[in-house]
Design a protein around this ligand. Structure first.
Ligand code: HEM
Length: 240
């Protein structure tokens, strides 16, 4: 009889309390930062404020593939002429975002939890492998999943990247918040317009991360989600 068959169900601690708190605080905070950022983005165009989505586009040179975002999106968001609401929320909640992020990184470093999060030498190879496996490709399915600890290679890369992106958002945000006082900083980031562009695309990166992350959490199932709420997951362990 193998372990799976003979095993007992046990509650095993997975996520420390501090991580769970900071993770869930980050969720509404990031949501407000993105929403208020979009209100600012809409307002940040030349009067008569008709084409805010002209500012950011995807294309090469004068050729434009698409512009962000369609009109219905702005109307749905009730974005027009709400720049002051956006600025107010953005400049208030950025403090919580910054303090929570710095506390999270400090906790990772002090507790040693960074070891389960930071990519290892094998992470890129494992990430490709896990992705092919998740795509249900027959040869990857035959090979099975690579051995993993708390997080697999793809998770290590994604989670570390999103933490770095948080830091980059703070830095680029500071460069466009105080371009005079922090002028050396703004220059270092390529100038005001460049820092604005970087700040915006980091936000799009968060949105991309969010969609994939929530999708993966949904696929991983209830036991995994619950562990980020309660700290414990139900595991099968060998009976004595
Ligand atoms: C708002 C943006 C979010 C960001 C930036 C984010 C980021 C992260 C990070 C960095 C981790 C690793 C935490 C650690 O162990 O130190 C994590 C884990 C996790 N997150 Fe999120 N998260 C977000 C939203 C969400 C949402 C909305 C859900 C639920 C639907 C969720 C569910 C989870 C779960 C269940 C884990 C644990 C995964 C595992 O144990 O395999 N997250 N998240």
């Amino acid at each position: 009889m193998n372990v799976e068959e003979s095993g007992q169900l046990k509650l095993v601690e997975k996520h420390p309390r501090a991580i769970r708190w900071m993770h869930w605080v980050n969720f509404p905070v990031l949501f407000i930062m993105i929403w208020s950022g979009l209100l600012i983005y809409w307002g940040d165009s030349i009067p008569p404020y008709q084409h805010p989505h002209e500012v950011y586009r995807v294309g090469i040179g004068s050729w434009t593939w698409f512009r962000l975002f369609p009109d219905w999106f702005w109307k749905l968001l009730n974005a027009p002429y709400q720049i002051t609401t956006g600025l107010g929320w953005h400049f208030l909640v950025m403090w919580i975002f910054g303090i929570n992020g710095i506390a999270y990184v400090a906790y990772l470093l002090i507790s040693g939890e960074w070891r389960v999060l930071w990519p290892q030498k094998s992470s890129v190879r494992d990430a490709v492998w896990v992705t092919l496996y998740d795509m249900h490709l027959p040869f990857a399915r035959r090979k099975g999943l690579p051995p993993q600890g708390k997080y697999n290679g793809a998770q290590r890369i994604a989670y570390s990247a999103v933490v770095l992106m948080g830091g980059a958002s703070l830095v680029t945000g500071l460069a466009i918040y105080k371009p005079t006082q922090a002028h050396w900083f703004t220059t270092l980031l390529g100038g005001y317009e460049m820092a604005r562009w970087e700040h915006f695309w980091l936000t799009m990166g968060f949105c991309g991360f969010f969609l994939v992350h929530v999708g993966q959490v949904a696929l991983a199932g209830w036991n995994n989600f619950r562990s980020m709420v309660s700290g414990y997951e139900v595991k099968k362990v060998a009976s004595d």
